[in-house]
Design a binder for this molecule. Structure first.
Ligand code: P6P
Length: 285
C-alpha cells in the first residue's frame, strides 16, 4: 500500500502500541462528556489526541472526526475524511476486557454515507493486538507487534470471510428495553446459537467475524436509534462485515445506505451472516 489510505493505515498501525501502552494509569473517568453524553476515560482522550495529531499530519487527509469530539478538525486541504472511535468499549478497561480503535476513511465530507467509504478497519486490543482492514472489497487481518526495530504489521489472514455456518450471537441493551419484535427474533435464534457478548462492539464483532453469527445493538424502547454512531461505528463495521461476505442492517436496509444527517447520529446496528440478517429484517417487519 503506498497512497494516502496506506499512510493512514500505517499511522493507525504505529499508534496502536501507544494507545495500548496508554491504557495503564488512565482508567479514571474525566469530568467531561463526549458529544453523545457519555463519560470519557482519560484513556479515551489519550487515544483521541494521538490519532488526531498523527492522522492530520498525513498529506491528503482533509479532516479528522472523532466520537469524542463535537466538531471535525479540518486540515485545510486533502480529499479523504477520517472518522475514528479512538477507544471503542473503553468501559471495558476497568474490567480488563477487550476494546478497540475503529477507523473509517471516507472520500466525501462528513457526515457521509457508508457508500463513500474507501477503507475501514479496527484495531483489537486483546491478548495480542490485531488490525482487521477492509479495502477494495477485501478484508485482511494483521498482527501488530511493537519490536526493538519498531512497530511491525504482518498478515495473518488474507481474504477474511465470515464462516457460512453461524455459531455466536451478542446483543446490546437490556431485555425489558428491547422492542417485542426484536425480542421475538432473539427467542427464535437463541437455541441455535451460543451467546457471546463482551460489551465492546469490536470484541463482539470479532467473534462474529471469526465464528459466524450476529451482533446487534438494536433500536430500544428508550432509544429509538439505539446507542451506536453511524459515522464512527455503524458505517465502518457494516463495510467490513459486508466486504467479508456478510450483511449489515439498520433493521430495514444496509447500514451503508442509511442517509446521514448529522455527525453524531445514532443508528440501530445489526451485522453478521446474511441469512440471520435477512431473518432479523423479516422479524422486524
Ligand atoms: P452496553 C462501548 O461503550 C459501546 O459503545 C460499544 O462498543 C458496545 O457495543 C456498547 O457500547 C455496549 O453498550 O449498553 O452493553 O454497555
Amino acid at each position: 500500500m503506498s497512497d494516502t489510505v496506506s499512510e493512514i493505515v500505517d499511522v493507525v498501525t504505529e499508534t496502536a502500541p501507544d494507545v495500548r501502552a496508554g491504557l495503564t494509569g488512565r482508567r479514571e473517568y474525566e469530568t467531561s462528556e463526549n458529544p453523545s453524553g457519555e463519560q470519557m476515560l482519560a484513556a479515551d482522550r489519550h487515544a483521541d489526541e494521538l490519532l488526531e495529531e498523527r492522522l492530520l499530519a498525513v498529506d491528503g487527509v482533509a479532516g479528522y472526526a472523532s466520537e469524542e469530539r463535537e466538531e471535525i478538525v479540518e486540515s485545510g486541504d486533502g480529499h479523504l475524511h477520517v472518522a475514528c472511535d479512538p477507544l471503542d468499549g473503553s468501559s471495558n478497561l476497568k474490567s480488563n476486557n477487550v476494546m478497540g480503535t475503529i477507523l473509517a476513511v471516507y472520500d466525501e465530507p462528513l457526515p457521509a454515507p457508508g457508500r463513500a467509504l474507501v477503507a475501514a478497519g479496527y484495531v483489537l486490543y486483546g491478548p495480542i493486538t490485531t488490525l482487521v482492514l477492509a479495502r477494495d472489497d477485501t478484508v485482511t487481518e494483521y498482527v501488530i507487534d511493537d519490536t526493538d526495530e519498531g512497530v511491525e504489521r504482518r498478515v495473518v489472514e488474507e481474504d477474511v470471510t465470515i464462516p457460512a455456518d453461524p455459531v455466536v450471537y451478542g446483543f446490546g441493551g437490556r431485555v425489558p428495553d428491547w422492542h417485542d419484535d426484536f425480542e421475538a427474533f432473539v427467542r427464535e435464534i437463541e437455541d441455535e446459537l451460543k451467546l457471546r457478548y463482551g460489551g465492546a462492539m469490536i470484541g463482539d464483532v470479532s467473534q462474529v467475524m471469526e465464528y459466524g453469527g450476529i451482533f446487534a445493538y438494536p433500536a430500544l424502547q428508550s432509544a429509538e436509534n439505539g446507542k451506536l454512531r453511524l459515522q464512527f461505528e455503524g458505517n465502518p463495521i457494516g463495510y467490513i462485515v459486508e466486504c467479508a461476505g456478510g450483511r449489515s442492517s439498520d433493521g430495514e436496509q444496509s447500514l451503508l445506505d442509511v442517509e446521514p444527517d448529522r455527525l453524531h447520529q445514532r443508528v440501530p446496528v445489526h451485522v453478521g451472516n446474511t441469512e440471520l440478517i435477512e431473518r432479523l429484517e423479516g422479524a422486524l417487519h
